[in-house]
Design a protein around this ligand. Structure first.
Ligand code: MG
Ligand code: ZN
Length: 245
């Protein structure tokens, strides 16, 4: 584990690093939950034409905002209860999530959920973990029209190189100045790509691991949040060792 941390290239030893306050930005779909809830919902209700939109989004031919908006627009708003029930009952929380939250609390590490997912499943699935609502960023939904319309309360700021994130992780991350914060991102896929470029450390799985390798970003692969906690503990120890004269 130690060698993998050091090989990953993230800064562990200077006292300046240790002085910065750690803050975690954690993705939801495919990260806190084992699967991508958006894809699971769309696949379950299977409206005509969704596969191409999904593929175009994953391959970045369509923006996330455009792709997710278009996929939900294929579903009639009358399916509201079924869509909500399905998304909540289908999701599985990844092992170790509570342990990570406990660790953050004990170590005074601020923890934010930065999700490209939708309010109607993100909030209910997180309700038992007691994360303050102002620490959860996600998209909203409107069932008042003919079809499901996704609403974007946390769109990109002018500095976002992407401009069409939907829920803009880089805008959230930039509120925590790089010189005062040790910015840690946990994620799995396309909604995390831009944020990963800003982070001091990335915990990655799946497509995000591939992207980090491609861009040479400091990252540690994880399977469960137990892995993340173990790695954070180890990093903290290395930082403390680095502070000693
Ligand atoms: Mg994800
Ligand atoms: Zn953005």
């Amino acid at each position: 584990m130690t060698s993998s941390l050091i090989e990953s290239g993230f800064p562990v030893s200077s006292s300046a690093e240790a002085a910065r306050r750690p803050v975690i930005f954690c993705d939801f779909d495919g990260t806190i939950t084992e699967n991508d809830n958006i894809i699971a919902i769309i696949r379950r209700f299977n409206p005509e034409g969704w596969e191409q939109i999904a593929q175009d989004t994953i391959d970045q031919r369509k923006s996330i905002k455009q792709g997710v908006g278009e996929m939900f627009r294929l579903l009639p708003a009358a399916l509201k209860d079924e869509v909500i029930d399905y998304s909540i009952s289908n999701a599985v929380i990844r092992a170790g999530f509570q342990e990570l939250l406990d660790y953050c609390k004990a170590e005074n590490i601020e923890f934010f959920v930065t999700s490209g997912g939708i309010d109607f499943f993100v909030y209910p699935l997180l309700s038992r973990f007691g994360i303050p609502e102002d620490h959860i960023y996600c998209n909203s939904s409107d069932f008042s029209g003919e079809n499901i319309e996704i609403v974007w309360p946390h769109s990109c700021d002018e500095e976002c190189p992407n401009g069409q994130c939907g829920m803009c992780k880089t805008a959230v991350i930039r509120r925590f100045a790089a010189d005062k914060h040790d910015r840690i991102l946990i994620g799995d896929s396309v909604t995390d790509f831009e944020g990963a470029k800003l982070a001091d450390l990335v915990f990655s799985r799946s497509h995000l691991t591939t992207k980090c390798r491609e861009l040479g970003l400091p990252h540690v692969e994880f399977t469960t949040f137990h892995d993340v906690v173990a790695s954070l503990k180890e990093r903290q120890q290395l930082q403390k060792a680095g502070e000693r004269p």
